[in-house]
Write a protein that binds this ligand. Structure first.
Ligand SMILES: Nc1ncnc2c1ncn2[C@@H]1O[C@H](COP(=O)(O)OP(=O)(O)OP(=O)(O)O)[C@@H](O)[C@H]1O
Length: 499
């Protein structure tokens, strides 16, 4: 069913939060410190009859926790999940067990989720027993029918899980879920453990079963191709929140959230219909224990909004923010330069051909004549006598250090904005003096993106298509770098239209 044929919501998820207690060790307890992993942090969605909602995001975004929270396989910390209008989070365990007849779960790894001591017949028959749905010959007939429905043979009933292939085991997991004639099946990475050819067979099976039984699915996957293939609507999840959602074709066509765009760009052979322009997603999902301020994606976003008071292109702003964030987290200055303490190039954006100013064999010295490294310079740790390379980048001349830092972060020299150049020069001075905390504070006082200050709510960019990004918010004025009417985005209601 495509969006617009909106049926009755069978499932309504409102403000669900699931936080894990990760308080660790004696010291945490002694000091009364608690560490909470905010795995799911305020998610809303509706699932309609016969529809598939795909939830996509990188590893660690909270997809599995969300899937399990919806069925109360883990207890949500806050929020509600309504099935046909009844709040599952308020049900007693007995009532919930009963309700699970309508709401089933298919696991990522069928082998670990199937009891190895049970035959396939018992795996599929167990839910019939638990819910008192069939006994004796009727049960056996139903088991055979279910095995056939998922493409297995009735004779497979006598086999044990380890005697099946991966794809067959997933079919068995699906048969078990189908046994109770559910309305909703939550499929957690249903094909990620399978070979590509088998993946297609399982996805086709899920589609056939949906058509035959009118099932509604929530499909969790990190693979956008899987999500595009199966979903009527898509929700893109980042660090415990949905950052974009809408009908599949809308979410995969511009405009999209920068995170969606980055996920699309990461696909090796992108669908020609997708217009992502090859932006790269750097790093990994930050810790959900202490998520970034404002937009949680700002620490990696290739479309970070620059502060209006500086006249800087977006990519330079991104580089400045990267320098700031690394300075805030770094243990030492060495990790902020293009050369590691061992003298090896360290992730310079200029690549292998870059001139290494600390390499005496480098063909050209990119530093200014005043800063060039002289064999007589006592601070020149790259002198040929030093076979181990520079031990400490702060011991190289200031000019060379400046080049190394800019090279590491892809910062031009000078920056096109004089005030920004002065600030970054001061920060590099502080770094060169090994005052890393001071440098971080300086950068943090000067270079603050609106994305760090405002937590974006979801803005409607099309019919049933919402994006939580300041760039799409009518109320946000990029020229002045804040909300035109002085208002902050609040709540989760759509507040504008950018279409
Ligand atoms: N039982 C737990 N206790 C503490 N933290 C947890 C627990 N389960 C998951 N987490 C953390 O919660 C965050 C979200 O994990 P989750 O497994 O839900 O994400 P995911 O998007 O499904 O990733 P993956 O595909 O790797 O499973 C991660 O940081 C994870 O380390």
């Amino acid at each position: 069913m495509r969006d617009g044929d909106a049926g009755e919501p069978v499932l309504r998820v409102e403000g669900v939060e699931t936080h894990y207690d990760a308080t660790d060790g004696f010291l945490d307890r002694l000091l009364g410190r608690s560490r909470r992993v905010r795995a799911v942090d305020g998610v809303d969605f509706e699932l309609r009859e016969g529809e598939t909602l795909g939830v996509v995001g990188e590893s660690g975004c909270g997809k599995t926790t969300l899937a399990r929270s919806v069925l109360r396989l883990v207890e949500p910390t806050a929020g509600s999940v309504y099935h046909r209008g009844e709040d599952l989070t308020a049900l007693s365990s007995a009532a919930l067990r009963d309700r699970r007849k309508d709401l089933q779960y298919v696991f990522q790894d069928p082998l670990s989720s199937l009891d190895p001591r049970l035959t396939a017949g018992d795996v599929v028959g167990e839910p019939l027993d638990v819910h008192g749905l069939a006994t004796g010959a009727e049960r056996d007939a139903r088991v055979r029918e279910l095995l056939e429905t998922v493409g297995l043979k009735p004779s497979h009933a006598a086999r044990y899980p380890h005697e099946f292939s991966g794809g067959q085991r997933q079919r068995l997991g699906i048969a078990r879920a189908l046994a109770v004639d559910p309305e909703v099946i939550v499929c957690d990475e249903p094909v990620s453990a399978l070979d590509a050819s088998v993946q297609a067979q399982i996805l086709n099976l899920l589609a056939d079963l949906q058509a035959e039984f009118g099932l509604a699915y929530v499909v969790i996957a990190h693979d956008l191709r899987v999500i595009e293939h199966v979903s009527d609507r898509v929700a893109v999840m980042y660090l415990g929140e949905f950052v974009e959602r809408g009908p599949t074709e809308a979410v995969f066509d511009p405009p999209y959230h920068p995170y969606t765009e980055a996920l699309l760009s990461a696909i090796p052979e992108p669908d020609p219909l997708w217009e992502g322009d090859g932006i790269r997603l750097e790093g990994t999902v930050p810790s959900p224990v202490d998520p970034p301020s404002g937009c949680r994606f700002h620490t990696r976003c290739p479309r970070l909004v620059p502060a209006a008071e500086y006249d800087l292109p977006g990519e330079v702003w991104r580089s400045l923010t990267d320098l700031k964030l690394r300075a805030m987290e770094a243990d030492g200055v060495a990790s902020l330069t293009a050369v590691s303490p061992s003298g090896e190039a360290g992730g310079s954006p200029a690549g292998d051909d870059a001139v290494d100013p600390l390499d005496p064999t480098s063909p050209t010295d990119p530093t200014s004549p005043d800063d060039s490294i002289s064999p007589d310079d006592p601070t020149d740790s790259t002198s040929p006598a030093d076979s181990t390379g520079p031990a400490d980048p702060t011991e190289v001349p200031r000019g060379t250090f400046d080049v190394l830092v800019r090279e590491e972060f892809g910062l031009p020299e000078p920056l096109p904005d004089a005030d920004a150049e002065a600030a970054v020069g001061d920060a590099i001075d502080a770094l060169h003096d090994d005052r890393i905390e001071e440098a971080a504070e300086l950068l943090d006082a000067v270079f603050v993106s609106p994305c760090e200050r405002h937590h974006p709510t979801e803005y409607q960019v099309g019919t049933d298509h919402g994006i939580a990004c300041l760039r799409y918010d009518d109320g946000f004025d990029e020229e002045i770098g804040t909300f035109a009417d002085g208002a902050e985005p609040t709540g989760s209601e759509p507040t504008g239209s950018a279409e």
